[in-house]
Design a protein around this ligand. Structure first.
Ligand code: IPM
Ligand code: MN
Length: 355
């Protein structure tokens, strides 16, 4: 197939990790006979420097004309909290512009020789969960106000916003182990009470085969550490999902491993690692590209419908991790570079039998 992929490398380590994902996608194209066309555009700090805007109109236009968007990361000390225009506005902006309300963040434990997690092996063994984070509502998008001694961030959710993301999560749970955990703070927040009511209604009526549990976000944070392998699909609002997925990333060993897919009603999706721009290590070729590589696999699966190709890339990634091809965040003794990881995945992928 022919597909146009918008490439938004962004800031910090973004360009380094996206370059490896492009390498992998080119290998997929040559192995399976596809034609992927990459079109690059600016977002975040680099876009602010060039145009004064974190999300230039050309970038939005390019994304809308593409089949999928692959993004690196945005942000950096140069455009800190005091700046008038912030790189993060570019990321929130493109998610909103493309209507990408569901953010899928899978967390798996990958066995590797260096046993790189901070957990006892028996705790993380078998962890295979998926967080579906609501992405275009809640406190990140509500009204903001700042007075001299007072500030406000409003959190709002409509019934329709909850329904569509819960439906998406429920559908995904149906194709997995059929367990859905909805996370809220219904003992305090009005938006959470709405969230819980809508979730109950949608799931009981449309997905009676699912096992549904409701957890308060504080308890969920604890259970993610205590019994992580008991989770299948977790669905939650924007900020809770943001926080819980950074926590959950530790189950896999490094935040650098975690991919994400942001989806809306159609096929167009945005794919990015969940980590940030890591300005402290930018430009040194040592960033972990696995999260972006795994995001590229999600791109193949969800936007291009290329399941076989996605599975092959996932397999090459698992093998490479198992072979101990790891960057400094996961391996102290002679860690490998970003591009060594990329080349390892490329070679493994090209050598996989085509089924
Ligand atoms: C993430 C990031 C972003 C978010 C920031 C950079 C806007 O933390 O993708 O998790 O909060 O969504
Ligand atoms: Mn985050």
């Amino acid at each position: 197939m022919k597909a146009i992929i918008a490439l938004l490398p962004g800031d910090g380590i973004g360009p380094e990790v996206t370059a490896e994902a492009v390498r992998a996608l080119r290998a997929v194209a040559s192995k399976f006979g596809h034609n992927f066309i990459f079109e690059e555009a600016d977002i975040g700090g680099i876009a602010i420097d060039k145009t004064g805007k974190a999300l230039p109109n050309e970038t939005t236009a390019l994304c809308k004309q593409s089949h999928a968007v692959l993004l690196g990361a945005v942000g950096g000390p140069k455009w800190g909290p005091a700046s008038k225009v912030r790189p993060e506005q570019g990321l929130l902006g493109i998610r909103k512009e493309l209507g990408l309300f569901a953010n899928l963040r899978p967390v798996r434990h990958f066995p590797s020789p260096s046993n790189h997690t901070v957990f006892r092996p028996e705790v993380v063994q078998g962890v295979d969960l998926l967080v579906v984070r609501e992405l275009t509502g809640g406190i990140y998008f509500g009204e903001k106000r700042r007075e001299a001694t007072w500030a406000m961030d409003a959190c709002t959710y409509s019934e329709a916003e909850v329904e569509r993301v819960v439906r998406k999560a429920a559908l995904l749970a149906m194709s997995r182990r059929k367990k859905l955990t909805s996370v809220d703070k219904a003992n305090i927040l009005e938006t959470s009470r709405l969230w819980r009511e809508v979730t109950e209604r949608v799931v009981r009526k449309e997905f009676p085969q699912l096992e549904l549990e409701h957890l308060l976000v504080d308890a969920c944070a604890m259970y993610l550490i205590q019994r992580p392998s008991s989770f299948d699909v977790i669905v939650t609002e924007n900020m809770f999902g943001d926080i819980l997925t950074d926590e959950a990333s530790m189950l896999s060993g490094s935040i650098g491993l975690l991919p994400s897919a942001s989806l809306g009603e159609g096929r167009l999706g945005l794919y990015e690692p969940i980590h940030g721009s890591a300005p402290d290590i930018a430009g040194r070729g040592i960033a972990n590209p696995y999260g972006t590589l795994a995001s590229a696999a999600m791109l193949l699966r969800y936007s291009l419908g290329l399941e076989k190709e996605a599975a092959a890339l996932d397999e090459a990634i698992s093998q490479s991790i198992q072979n101990g091809v790891l960057t400094a965040d996961m391996r102290q003794a002679s860690p490998l570079s970003t591009s060594e990881v990329g080349r390892s995945v490329e070679t493994l992928l090209l050598n996989l039998p085509v089924v």
